[in-house]
Design a protein around this ligand. Structure first.
Ligand SMILES: [Zn+2]
Length: 310
């Protein structure tokens, strides 16, 4: 679920507090083609000349476990690789389901331990809880270590990457430096916990905070806003609909179809929002036509082979 769209006023305030982000916001609105071309150039300079697609799932509720099994099996038959970010607490509760996905090739990344989404009976919907920017540094650290432990225990495997729960609120430089410091101690290789702005500023993956940080991808009409299932399939911010999801994605695919395009389509969804939505599977097939479907482990291999990181 992670990122909340936020109201325009608070967005505006945020941009005033962070002038560089504000500048990128304006650039993204005025000349989108140019904005993407600069992103492609940044990637080329890093030695990445191809187009890749990574699809990950945030499994934030108990219902997501069954939905994840359905998604993984259908996407596998489509030749699509999948990545799962499950809070440790929920991984332990549905261990057999996730073990099955792992045995069938799903990649798992640490997504902290504590469940960070609860069902609100009055509002009749799931709501985000437990934000890393609202708890102490020690509590953040403990949550990451316990999430790591849960993956080792359930899957018998050592995770290599991390995604911050509700990462949209944990984007300050000092937050990300602190996060990467803990991940480094755990001997991880990457985090994928940043908003699209970072991708446009630094390229598909960058090491400013310590390890590789791999920003998620955005919409076409608002490239700095995440294209997620929460906004388009669940709460429907701004009256967004499934059709908008398909349209936004199609325009991104078109931009990535150019011969000068290179980089990463790094999208995520919540299984329960999309496992039974044909529009979602159709969109994923389109992403996979333009970008080679890989997972983070494969991307890390490719990044390691570039001149910059050899
Ligand atoms: Zn989450």
């Amino acid at each position: 679920m992670n990122f909340r769209g936020g109201k325009s006023l608070s967005k505006l305030k945020k941009f005033i507090n962070e002038p560089v982000m504000g500048y990128y916001f304006l650039k993204s609105r005025f000349n989108r083609q140019q904005f993407f071309k600069r992103y492609f150039d940044l990637n080329r300079k890093k030695g990445i000349n191809s187009k890749y697609f990574i699809l990950s799932f945030d499994c934030d509720t108990q219902d997501d476990a069954d939905a994840a099994v359905i998604l993984h099996s259908r996407l596998k038959s489509m030749g699509i690789k999948t990545v799962f970010a499950v809070p440790g607490e929920l991984l332990l509760k549905a261990r057999e389901k996730y073990k099955k996905i792992f045995a069938e090739g799903g990649e798992f990344i640490n997504h902290g331990y504590k469940a960070h989404t609860e069902f609100n009976q009055d509002a009749n919907k799931y709501e985000s809880t437990f934000f890393y920017d609202k708890i102490s540094k020690e509590a953040v650290r403990e949550d990451i270590l316990k999430g790591d432990q849960a993956i080792r225990e359930v899957l018998g495997s050592i995770p290599k990457g991390f995604r911050t729960p509700h990462f949209g609120t944990f984007q300050r430089r000092k937050d990300l430096m602190y996060l990467h410091g803990i991940l480094k101690e755990l001997n991880y290789s990457f985090s994928t916990s940043t908003v699209p702005y970072f991708g446009f500023r630094y390229g598909l993956a960058f090491k400013s905070f310590g390890l590789f940080e791999i920003p998620v991808s955005g919409m076409w009409s608002e490239p700095l806003r995440i294209l997620d299932s929460y906004s388009f399939y669940y709460v429907k911010f701004n009256n967004y609909s499934e059709d908008d999801y398909v349209r936004e994605a199609r325009q991104i695919v078109q931009m990535f179809s150019g011969s000068d395009a290179c980089g990463l389509l790094n999208y995520y969804a919540d299984p329960n929002h999309v496992h039974d939505k044909e529009s979602f599977y159709k969109t994923i097939a389109e992403f996979a036509k333009v970008g080679q479907s890989i997972n983070y482990e494969i991307l890390l291999d490719k990044l390691g082979q570039t001149k910059e990181n050899k």
